[in-house]
Design a protein around this ligand. Structure first.
Ligand code: SF4
Ligand code: SF4
Length: 569
């Protein structure tokens, strides 16, 4: 992809005003969907995976190409590759075979996808997204399809079909909202995952997913931060914490024999506002005095393999158990992340476990046994902290968060893949005084996606992200207008990045925060000095403005970015 294909900043800022985006046309096109060709409109598709990243991962057909090219430079025998890949997956994944067969086209899922709601494109209805693949399945693998062709909803695989797959399987965030409404339990996210796996057999991936995967392979994390950069960053955080609290905290790194291995998504130690949440973890662990360690090898909890293929999930996930074994820890604690937890709960145990060398997790502070983690041996930080609060183990000053009027975004994966609905709300209610949920039907199991998950949180795709983010943005706007909400809390690193432009566009004035940032601001630590600023360097409610300290913090941030040792920067 040449740089001339990248949208310029003025093009990105040419996104229409929200009023225009809200006039969505949900009228079906004149021709049938099989006769409506895909159109690659700027701002609505993602750029392809670069050849260098595919080479690093030993993936097929590395080359430079563009979705707007006529010739996608597919391998000569591409049809055979797809057919064999399809057959292989139908045999391997029983759910996939079922999902290809059992849809009755009742339409219950049709209006449940945020991309359909925001774009009006019928191929973004989950039922039709699945038909893109199902039509080829019928043609190649069912008798009715072979005999009756179109009458049976079958169509031949052509290069145009492949182009359509690429466009629409990268306009699905694998959020699984549609599956909640399907009477048969069809999970369109799983169909998208299969579609993407097939595309990857031809070298058709997107760079915003492939680059993090390649980075993770080389350096241990999506952002390509090397071990010394990771260490320095955590130490900078310790400086900032000392500045705010007067307390110098340790940064235990690669510590053999520690009780707990702590793993976070790299977004938490790379970009604001995740960095404040990262500092929040460090302050909490220091206050508790727990025996834990970070790892420079397992320096990524997130797993963009989930947006690529099952094999890639497994390859990237393996390092967490490997490191837990090498360090000889008892169990694993994980930070605020979204898709990381789908991997932990749905795949980790069978892909790389069972981790019989680890112990069933027990809180060293409360003695609570986390029986839900009996098998994976990995506990979500929100369960851990909610349990601490439930047992009165934290001294909290809620007034320090009194400038915040908070609502909570249930991130798709912890919500729908894990059912973590109450713990984050319980923690938020115990660290701040003003909390308002968004309307029913937009939260908990039915939560709306940020529009930028599953590898789609990239700027060249901003038009489609903002359209897909419309239902979530609308609900945020509702509580903003009704209750004066000014802070959107979430427990996912992707959300902490993608919700920022979403709020700027649909609900300007609402900022994004992680939950442990609020926990740490409220936490009264033993021996702390009188706090006058929060972790962002802003004055705490009721305190005098500490401008000299604020500028110190800003200086630190700039300094950190120069020194983290990130590759390719
Ligand atoms: S709700 Fe389920 S059965 Fe009905 S159209 Fe959607 S995927 Fe098919
Ligand atoms: S998984 Fe989410 S993004 Fe994909 S079709 Fe279903 S609702 Fe839409």
């Amino acid at each position: 992809m040449s740089s001339s294909e990248l949208p310029s900043s003025s093009e990105l800022s040419n996104i229409p005003e929200p009023d225009e985006f809200m006039r969505v046309v949900h009228k079906p096109p004149r021709k049938g969907w099989m006769d409506t060709p895909v159109e690659f409109k700027r701002g609505t598709y993602c750029f392809p995976g670069k050849a260098k990243n595919l080479k690093i991962l030993d993936m097929p057909n590395p080359r430079e190409w563009s979705p707007t090219d006529e010739d996608w430079k597919l391998p000569e025998n591409w049809k055979e590759i797809i057919r064999e890949g399809f057959k292989d997956r139908l045999e391997k994944y029983r759910s996939f075979k079922l999902f290809m067969d059992i849809c009755v086209r009742c339409g219950a899922c049709a209006d449940k996808c945020h991309f359909f709601i925001g774009s009006g494109d019928p191929k973004n209805m989950p039922v039709l997204r699945a038909e893109l693949l199902r039509s080829v399945y019928r043609n190649d693998f069912t008798t009715a399809g072979k005999l009756l062709g179109r009458l049976a909803g079958a169509r031949e695989l052509t290069e145009d079909v492949i182009k359509e797959w690429f466009y629409y399987f990268y306009q699905c965030t694998e959020c699984r909202r549609c599956s909640v409404f399907c009477p048969y339990g069809i999970d369109t996210a799983e169909i998208t995952m299969m579609g993407r796996e097939l595309l990857h057999l031809l070298g058709l991936g997107i760079n915003w997913a492939m680059e993090p995967v390649a980075n993770c392979f080389r350096t241990g994390n999506h952002l390509g931060i090397r071990p010394h950069g990771f260490k320095d960053t955590l130490e900078f955080f310790a400086d900032d914490i000392e500045n705010v609290t007067g307390i110098r905290i340790d940064v235990p790194l690669n510590k053999k024999g520690a009780e707990i291995l702590f793993v976070v998504p790299s977004g938490d130690y790379f970009g604001d506002p995740g960095t404040y949440t990262c500092m929040g973890y460090m302050m909490l662990f220091h206050e508790l005095g727990i025996d834990y360690t970070w790892s420079t090898y397992a320096s990524e909890g997130g797993n963009f393999g989930l947006f690529t293929s099952h094999e890639m999930i497994k390859r990237l996930n393996a390092k967490i158990y490997t490191e837990a074994k090498r360090l000889g820890v008892k169990w694993i604690l994980g930070g605020e992340c979204g898709h990381m937890w789908r991997v932990m709960h749905q795949y980790m145990d069978t892909m790389n476990g069972p981790a019989d060398f680890l112990e069933e997790p027990v809180s060293p502070i409360t003695g609570t046994k986390f029986e839900n983690a009996k098998s994976t041996k990995m506990v979500h930080i929100m369960e851990f902290t909610a349990d601490l609060i439930r047992h009165n183990k934290l001294r909290l000053d809620l007034g320090r968060n009194d400038d915040l009027i908070v609502t909570f975004h249930d991130s798709c994966n912890p919500a729908r893949a894990m059912g973590i609905f109450e713990e984050p709300r319980y923690v938020i209610r115990n660290v701040c005084n003003h909390f308002y949920d968004m309307p029913e039907g937009t939260i908990r199991e039915q939560t709306f996606c940020c529009g930028g998950g599953a590898g789609l949180g990239t700027d060249e795709n901003l038009d489609m992200r903002l359209r897909g983010g419309f239902p979530r943005g609308n609900a945020v706007r509702y509580v903003q207008e009704k209750y004066g909400v000014n802070r959107l809390a979430c427990m996912c690193a992707i959300d902490r990045a993608t919700l920022i432009p979403l709020c700027d566009y649909w609900a300007p004035g609402v900022l994004v925060t992680g939950i442990h940032e609020m926990v740490a601001n409220a936490l009264i630590m033993k021996g702390e000095k009188e706090r006058t600023i929060n972790l962002r360097g802003e004055p705490l409610p009721g305190s005098k403005n500490q401008s000299s300290v604020v500028s110190h913090r800003n200086w630190r941030q700039a300094d950190r970015r120069l020194e983290t040792g990130r590759e390719g920067e």
